[in-house]
Design a protein around this ligand. Structure first.
Ligand code: DON
Length: 423
């Protein structure tokens, strides 16, 4: 059975197909050659399953989406106080390649603009391996596959990287760069030239959503405090001079890259990634921004949206005989948000119920966000199509007037079940 979450991601591509404004970056010659019509979207909740649609195996360069991970590595290497003494955390309100130094302290304003990212790259320890190799190993651990540098892209950017070199020399002149400027820029450009897919990025983002723990391996790659701090910086600085628009309309910590990728992180719930090479005037993917707006709206991801994430919405699965019929009972609990409905859908897709009769017991469910209502309706359609009879135990009417996508109702349960199963 195909997951309704996959169907939803396909819809996102269809619904944004008309967005063709902007153009691929051309200040790096190799990027100008990108196929502007490529598009992909992926998401991965803290449960670790990746869902993707479009050109989801197409590789493109990570670019500025490397900056959060490089910053986290520098913070882990040196400690937060040391890093805060060298690179600020204030949004600059300026373009990504502006020389934004705080006039009072002389520090780069933040680690998401190029000046701060070059300074940050130079702060990553070269032990036990050179900084770039450590970053590649980190990307690979995050995405669970070997990540490599696109060497011809790195060469292309190095050959035209005067502006970044200029930033590095100015930082060096104000004693804000701990390495030789040319070496720092070369390392930084290589950090940006790693080839990734939206699948890789969704996994990388979901690790940040999961407090720094890679959801599939369970390895803690960043400390909780580092991760929380980083997400704060991404929220205020990740989208450069579009940060205010972004925070109000999409409302999640994010980072864009000039190859056309954007990652977003909803703490405790989900990492998302989109890709489309045409950029807007801020250097952010134009269609990517629209896709992210839709994802945030549809999936209830806005940070300011009330509603508490519940990780284990599926309390238990029971097999019982109910009124003479073998039955599978799914007992749900807590708030039904994206990550909780995803966990339920994943279970149903991976291990479809073996009985005709299926009961969803929602008597312990508190709040049901629209995303959970829609996704459960889509899932119900698939189960009914597969021949199951569904019964919803919903004493609080958490899902009022429930209908599946075709308007077919699920039977609401009688008091017999409630009498037996509820206190
Ligand atoms: O330094 C640069 O210009 C690129 N390597 C990265 C810039 C970037 O991705 C800006 N983000 N949208």
């Amino acid at each position: 059975m195909r997951s309704p979450i996959m169907d939803y991601l396909d819809d996102i591509l269809t619904q944004t197909a008309h967005v063709d404004s902007g153009a691929p970056a051309d200040y790096i010659p190799e990027l100008a050659a990108a196929d502007p019509d490529r598009v992909a979207v992926a998401l991965c909740t803290v449960n670790g399953t990746v869902y993707a649609s479009g050109d989801s195996d197409h590789e493109f360069s990570i670019q500025s989406m490397s900056k959060p991970f490089a910053y986290a590595l520098a913070v882990e290497d040196r400690g937060l106080d040391d890093i805060l003494g060298r690179v600020g955390v204030e949004p600059s309100g300026e373009a990504f390649n502006e020389l934004s130094l705080d006039p009072e302290t002389g520090k780069p304003r933040n680690p998401m603009i190029n000046a701060g990212a070059i300074a940050t790259h130079a702060l990553i320890h070269d032990e036990p391996a050179p900084a770039v190799d450590r970053l590649l190993a980190l990307y690979s651990e995050l995405s669970q596959r070997p990540i490599r540098i696109d060497e011809s892209l790195a060469a292309s950017e190095l050959a035209t990287g005067d502006r970044n070199l200029g930033l590095a020399y100015l930082l060096h002149a104000s004693e804000r760069l701990s390495k030789d400027p040319a070496a720092a820029v070369e390392g930084y450009i290589r950090q940006c030239s790693a080839s990734v897919t939206v699948r890789d990025l969704a996994l990388m983002a979901s690790t940040l959503a999961n407090g720094g723990v890679q959801p599939n391996t369970g390895r803690s790659l960043f400390g909780r405090q580092t991760t929380r701090h980083l997400l704060g910086v991404m929220t205020t600085c990740g989208m450069y001079d579009a940060a205010g628009d972004w925070l109000t309309s999409v409302g999640i910590p994010a980072k864009s890259g000039v190859a056309g990728g954007i990652i977003g992180v909803l703490p405790g719930q989900v990492g998302v990634a989109v890709f489309s090479p045409r950029l807007d005037e801020h250097g952010n993917s134009a269609r990517g921004v629209v896709m992210m707006e839709k994802l945030s709206q549809d999936l209830g991801l806005h940070l300011m949206e009330p509603g508490r994430p519940a990780r284990s919405a599926l309390r238990e699965i029971r097999k019982e005989t109910v009124e003479g019929e073998p039955t599978t009972i799914y007992v749900l609990q807590g708030d039904m948000v994206l990550s909780s409905i995803e966990a339920l859908v994943h279970e149903l897709v991976q291990n479809p119920p073996s009985t005709d009769l299926v009961i969803f017991d929602m008597s312990r469910v508190d709040e049901v966000l629209p995303v959970a209502r829609r996704t459960s309706a889509a899932m119900a359609t698939k189960l009914i199509d597969a021949g199951h009879t569904l019964i919803l135990v919903d004493p609080e009417e958490a899902i009022p007037g429930f209908r599946d996508a075709q308007g077919r109702g699920m039977r609401r349960w009688t008091s017999a079940y409630l009498a037996r199963h509820l206190d």
